[in-house]
Design a binder for this molecule. Sequence first.
Ligand SMILES: Cc1cc2nc3c(=O)[nH]c(=O)nc-3n(C[C@H](O)[C@H](O)[C@H](O)COP(=O)(O)OP(=O)(O)OC[C@H]3O[C@@H](n4cnc5c(N)ncnc54)[C@H](O)[C@@H]3O)c2cc1C
Length: 369
Amino acid sequence: MSHRLVLVGAGHTHALLILRIPEINKQGISVTVISPHEHQFYSGMGPGMLGGCYRPEELSIPARSLVESRAGTFVKDRVVHVDAGLKLLTLQSGANITYDTASFNIGSEVTFNAPSGPDAQDIFTVKPIYNLLSARRRILELARDGKVRIAVVGGGPAGLEIAANAWEACHQHGGHGCSMRLYSGSKFLRGNPERARNIARMAMEKRGIEIVEGSRVQEITGRKVILEDKSTSHEDVIFLAPGIKPPSLFLKSGLPTGPDGGLRVNRFLQCVDHPELFGSGDCIFFQEAPLDKVGVYAVRQSPVLFHNLQAGLQGKPLKNFSPGGKYLLAYNLGGSRGIVHRGKLAFDGRLAFRIKNYLDTKFMKKFQT
Ligand SMILES: Cc1cc2nc3c(=O)[nH]c(=O)nc-3n(C[C@H](O)[C@H](O)[C@H](O)COP(=O)(O)OP(=O)(O)OC[C@H]3O[C@@H](n4cnc5c(N)ncnc54)[C@H](O)[C@@H]3O)c2cc1C
């Protein structure tokens, strides 16, 4: 093959590109995928796995086998440095990989530094998603012996879904339930339409989940949550969902970035200073119109990236990425209930869950071999 394409990370966009490796190979381009995980967990169904409505295999994308069965090369590793001058990627293992074109779809990280030490085993960041599997196992274990004290730090959609599904887990298999606080900083579901916020708030109240607003979590020591106003609470399990940002890889590599450290890309999803680098999903700063960090955009970017990665290598014209209009958001509230909203329209209940389940399982079907 005359060109070498390296896909870094097997997030939503690259997972869809992996399915099309044979088409890329036909253009004389070899494909290497570098990912720390042989299986990629799909975030849309992560909270459902925590609540027990999905088995881990139902949200697991078998990245390695999808790549290798399509004559691609899979490297189980993590990129720790990019030398754009030499077109060289350095991996955590110390190995180096060269590229003609490289594309980054490496997602995001939780912004709060998770504490280390003996109690860290009961503190779970919501990314990576496989943490939610360990969290479920731990909650089921604790709930057998008594009520579990749980704190969820973060009052956005992820915090909401985690709280509702952790509650669900505490009440399963003879569990003794929980007492739960959701620390939402200034405002619960800030940025969501009023109606969706009210529905979610009622769902939390119905489960006895206390929403703490108006003071941010300042520190977590051991399993103690300390707020800015110095009030503290002792917990058995703590979830960290306070917001996300791109990994520090781009900043550390001296690549152009946006204010949050995401790879700065133009309307072609192409790095503004290095035309042979591309990016998609949560890890980019799309300078035309900064995007929300939702999987919806990572999926919408896939066809444009598929075209541009090949066109870039072949000296053909690139296509613009257009983010598209409003998108539908659906939250899993456990117990086969959910909330769906798009713009100002919002509703909850079993139908909302069925819509979310339909969309998520339809996405996952693409990867079932
Ligand atoms: C609990 C939860 C629920 C969510 N639910 C929804 C939802 O229902 N709908 C929605 O639209 N959005 C949802 N989101 C947001 C969504 O998860 C993100 O927007 C989405 O995951 C971004 O996808 P991505 O393709 O950018 O990367 P990801 O899917 O996050 O994948 C990135 C991959 O890159 C790997 N990686 C990281 N660093 C490196 C490196 N240096 N080298 C190689 N590989 C690396 C990671 O390990 C990971 O496997 C949810 C988020 C959370 C936390």
